[in-house]
Ligand binder design. Structure first.
Ligand SMILES: Nc1nc2c(ncn2[C@@H]2O[C@H](COP(=O)(O)OP(=O)(O)OP(=O)(O)O)[C@@H](O)[C@H]2O)c(=O)[nH]1
Ligand SMILES: [Mg+2]
Length: 382
């Protein structure tokens, strides 16, 4: 058996070496891998036969009582792709919903090596010491290869991962971006019901994932580092426009002066950009996650944001809009999946594709043919 202290809390009590914290390979046959064989009979998402099945009430009461084991099992239930788990998970969520929303949701992004883990360790430990309860979630829709990264991060977030007020949850396993989004959003709600008043959602800044995380948080923090001369390198302007704060990390030692110069440069550039949040002026800051300088100041900025947007109503409006957007995004995703899985569409698609490529069929006519295959002859030009 591994040392109990080293084990992440989402590992089942009888989980073996496949759950060691330094697993870097994509985990196969995890909670998502089990769906095929278990889809027919609902069972708790943990495969252990020794585990009692939990009822909706067990899940709900357990989460509300802040039972960490139940919390972890609820998240695992939510992350399951098995249809049989979906109804149970949705009922649990429905009952937890009145207990959600009482947290500040902070997204943290930055290029690999920017210092996200070190930053979360420093800020997170500070907040937990102050008595806050912090949940750290990772969103990594890119692939199963990097899935283990936050597990590897346990070494960098060692202090935080051992703190009784902290809860660290790795990214849900692959699938569509929509699938990962759903799991992360629902996990946020469950953590809130379990009394976590601060939520960090971490993502590596390598593309689409920033927009995904922006769509589920109140405050979006872009962690940056100074580069050789061109400060805008590696960071797309579009990502800066999503941010409520630019934090230039590693402002220590020889790098301090450079970081401060970068801060001034960004502050000038920010003048010309539309703010990510109505009424809020996005600014650049410096910090050193390593020596802990400027960390408390970053938190003050987040608290000020929280205060200001709560008073102005911008916070509540953002959350309403985010939920609605999410509903319609899910509708789109379901419709799209149904369309492409439709036998008629699948049968028609190859020849339509070919005809379009050979310029025998205009694009609009191709769409009409495909939608006819989907909806039958009743389809009217839309
Ligand atoms: N000098 C200095 N080094 C830092 C600071 N913050 C992080 N580092 C170092 O930068 C390296 C990367 O830090 P991480 O915290 O792992 O960065 P990350 O953004 O989580 O990286 P990925 O998880 O790979 O995306 C580590 O060697 C850290 O020790 C800092 O404030 N100052
Ligand atoms: Mg990291």
């Amino acid at each position: 058996m591994t040392d109990e202290k080293q084990r992440p809390e989402w590992v089942p009590p009888d989980g073996g070496a496949e759950y060691t914290t330094n697993v870097m390979k994509g985990v196969t046959g995890g909670h998502d891998g089990m769906l095929a064989q278990n889809a027919a009979q609902p069972s708790p998402p943990n495969q252990s036969p020794r585990r009692r099945q939990l009822t909706v009430d067990d899940y709900v009461q357990g989460v509300l009582a802040r039972d960490r084991t139940i919390l972890a099992r609820t998240i695992t239930l939510i992350e399951s792709n098995a249809p049989a788990h979906a109804a149970l998970a949705q009922e649990v969520l429905r009952q937890l919903l009145p207990h959600t929303g009482e947290s500040i949701r902070v997204g943290i992004t930055g290029v690999p090596g920017a210092g996200k883990s070190t930053f979360i360790e420093a800020l997170g430990t500070m907040l937990c010491e102050q008595g806050h309860r912090l949940a750290v979630l990772a969103v990594d829709p890119s692939s199963s290869i990097t899935r283990g990264s936050i597990l590897g991060d346990k070494t960098r977030m060692e202090q935080l991962s051992r703190h009784p007020n902290a809860f660290i949850r790795p990214s849900p396993s692959g699938g569509t971006l929509g699938g990962v989004t759903r799991k992360s959003r629902e996990t946020i709600l469950v953590c809130e019901a379990a009394g976590f008043d601060i939520l960090f959602v971490e993502t590596v800044g390598v593309g689409q994932s920033e927009i995904t995380v922006r769509s589920m948080v109140d405050f979006f923090l872009l962690l940056m580092i100074t580069g050789g001369g061109d400060e805008l390198q590696g960071i797309k302007k579009g990502v800066i426009e999503l941010a409520d704060a630019l934090v230039i990390n590693k402002a220590d030692g020889d790098n301090k002066i450079k970081a401060q110069a970068a801060r001034a440069e960004y502050n000038r550039a920010l003048h010309y950009l539309a703010p990510a949040t109505e009424g809020w002026g996005t600014r650049a800051y410096t910090c050193s996650a390593l020596i802990g300088e400027g960390i408390a100041e970053v938190w003050e900025v987040i608290e000020e944001f929280r205060q200001q947007t709560a008073v102005s109503g911008v916070l509540a409006e953002r959350r309403r809009q985010q939920t609605l957007d999410w509903v319609f995004a899910m509708v789109e995703e379901h419709l799209k999946a149904r369309f492409f899985q439709h036998p008629g569409v699948q049968a028609t698609l190859p020849q339509v594709k070919q005809a379009v490529i050979e310029e025998m069929l205009p694009a609009t006519s191709a769409v009409r043919d495909l939608l006819r295959a989907f909806e039958g002859e009743g389809y009217q030009n839309g």
